[in-house]
Design a protein around this ligand. Structure first.
Ligand SMILES: NC(=O)c1ccc[n+]([C@@H]2O[C@H](COP(=O)([O-])OP(=O)(O)OC[C@H]3O[C@@H](n4cnc5c(N)ncnc54)[C@H](O)[C@@H]3O)[C@@H](O)[C@H]2O)c1
Length: 327
């Protein structure tokens, strides 16, 4: 029997597209998550197995990986917003949870474990890497997270590298760029400004962002990120273990709005000038160098900005009409 792929956190905003991509490839998929459904997977009910589980439960993870003949693990489960107010939860899920996944992967001798890390491990971006030059940040750039989320992710990455060196676990960490796509707005609210812009334009609702029209950021369509994750799971022999998954170029918020207006010319989008559209007072905006992923994982984004926005709207329309989401 061919081995299965375990997608941990497969009901989340990125996981749903990873699951779809895997099923499209003909893989047998098992999803482990604390939440048992997503509207974006309803049309695939019965085509994957769902296991209710929590990554803080090591014995259960070992049991799932061993009993279901898991060959590859894609681990996306994390807490994001809760980290600031509840640091113990952040480290418990993002770091200790990942250690459990590593331990289980070692015990079950899986072929590869892909971990979704975050650009937050780089911390604030300054100098030539920031506006207006946006020199791409490579994977070897200094990692100085200044948030609990970033620190919890970096600790998990380092643990993964240790498991690779010490125990031979084939561990790959991916640092994802900022994303837009169906499913993000409902899960990531205020941070999902670009997703909100698309959804408001489609719903003929005005969109106002107080500042930041000139701010550039590396923005990737979620389905491209999912493909990058799947590429990493099956790439034959990557030399490195840490990869940026990104568009590799800056997109300003004005540019993004222009692409939305390309589809909805009458969209009421009002964006203030200047930088920092998240109004966090921190410079997290950057472009991630994508050379390593292109060369070793054979990953390049498939969706241009226009194509990504069109696909996003197509999926929301299909969901509303109760149609399958695949073209
Ligand atoms: N730019 C970036 O750096 C960036 C961007 C997006 C996502 N990411 C990373 O990608 C991954 C997926 O992100 P997302 O946007 O899909 O997040 P999400 O919150 O939408 O999905 C996470 C999923 O994990 C599940 N989960 C949470 N805690 C769990 C636990 N203890 N046990 C089992 N399942 C649990 C949730 O129910 C959810 O379905 C995360 O690891 C995130 O850190 C990084």
């Amino acid at each position: 029997m061919p081995q299965r792929v375990l997608v941990i956190g497969g009901m989340g905003a990125i996981g749903i597209w990873v699951v779809r991509e895997l099923i499209e490839r003909g893989e047998q998929v098992v999803v482990l998550d604390t939440q048992d459904q997503s509207p974006f997977l309803v049309d695939l009910n019965g085509r994957f197995e769902f296991v209710a589980g929590d990554i803080t439960d090591l014995p259960h993870l070992v049991q799932v990986m061993r009993n279901r003949d898991i060959g590859h693990v894609i681990h996306l489960a994390a807490v994001l917003f809760q980290c600031d107010d509840n640091p113990p939860l952040g480290f418990s899920v993002n770091t200790m949870g990942t250690l459990n996944v590593l331990e289980a992967a070692r015990a079950a001798a899986v072929a590869r474990l892909v971990f979704t890390s975050a650009k937050a491990v780089y911390g604030q971006i300054r100098g030539e890497h920031a506006h207006p030059t946006y020199r791409p940040v490579t994977e070897d750039a200094p990692q100085a997270p200044d948030s609990i989320y970033g620190a919890s992710k970096l600790a998990a990455e380092r643990a993964g590298l240790h498991y690779a060196r010490r125990f031979g676990v084939d561990f790959v960490a991916l640092r994802l760029a900022s994303l837009y796509g169906p499913g993000r707005l409902s899960r990531h609210g205020a941070l999902a400004i670009t997703s909100e812009m698309v959804e408001r334009a489609r719903a003929q609702q005005p969109m106002k962002v107080a500042q930041g029209g000139e701010q550039g950021e590396d923005i990737l369509y979620t389905r491209d990120a999912a493909r990058g994750i799947v590429c990493a799971a099956f790439a034959p022999t990557p030399r490195d273990r840490v990869f940026n998954i990104s568009s590799g170029r800056p997109t300003s918020l004005h540019e993004f709005a222009g692409a939305v207006r390309g589809l909805y010319p009458d969209a009421e989008i009002d964006i203030g000038p200047g930088l920092d559209y998240w109004a966090m007072g921190k410079q997290y905006y950057s472009v991630l160098d994508s050379t390593r992923a292109r060369e070793q994982l054979d990953f390049t984004p498939r969706f241009s900005l226009d194509a990504g926005i069109r696909d996003y709207v197509r999926i929301l329309d299909a969901l509303k009409a109760g149609r399958g989401l695949d073209q």
